[in-house]
Design a protein around this ligand. Structure first.
Ligand SMILES: [Fe+2]
Ligand SMILES: [Fe+2]
Length: 155
């Protein structure tokens, strides 16, 4: 890989990449004629890993700036929990509920748009490029840890 490219990787470009992968997976599951539980499990694992990394690495850096950033982070964490729990319940019960799935897909889409808009703006404004680059590796590590935990939960 071009080293110039990897130097410009930031935690924000990584988040955007994860979001686009989640969008593809949501669409794949939504459009399937019958439920493929491997895809649903993969969605759960990738969401959990992504959420864990955001909550470990990005949110603590953004939250303390002011009252609004605090409120924003709390709302985003609530949405993580709602999405994770709803998908986990379906897997647990082996019962795919199309309308619950649609609801979660919409919530997660709005959530990702808010992160890519408002959260990214705040992060760029307060943290600067160097700090965003430095957060890339810790984010990837935390994400792997979150995914491992999710895989263990599904055993
Ligand atoms: Fe998030
Ligand atoms: Fe996100």
């Amino acid at each position: 890989m071009d080293t110039t490219m990897s130097r410009t990787e930031t935690v924000l470009s990584e988040i955007k990449k994860d979001h686009d992968k989640a969008r593809d997976l949501f669409a794949k599951i939504d459009q399937a004629e019958s439920v493929n539980w491997d895809d649903v499990k993969e969605l759960y694992i990738s969401l959990k890993g992504h959420h864990y990394a955001e909550e470990e690495v990005v949110f603590p850096a953004v939250k303390p700036f002011n009252y609004q950033t605090e409120e924003l982070v709390e709302k985003l964490i609530d949405e993580h929990e709602q999405a994770d729990e709803t998908i986990m319940d379906m897997i647990d019960d082996q019962d795919f509920n199309q309308s619950d799935f649609m609801m979660i897909m919409e919530i997660v889409e709005r959530h990702m748009q808010q992160e890519e808009g408002e959260l990214f703006r705040i992060a760029r404004e307060h943290l600067g490029k160097e700090q965003l680059e430095a957060a890339y590796e810790p984010f990837k590590k935390a994400e792997e840890k979150g995914k491992e935990e999710a895989r263990a939960e599904l055993q």
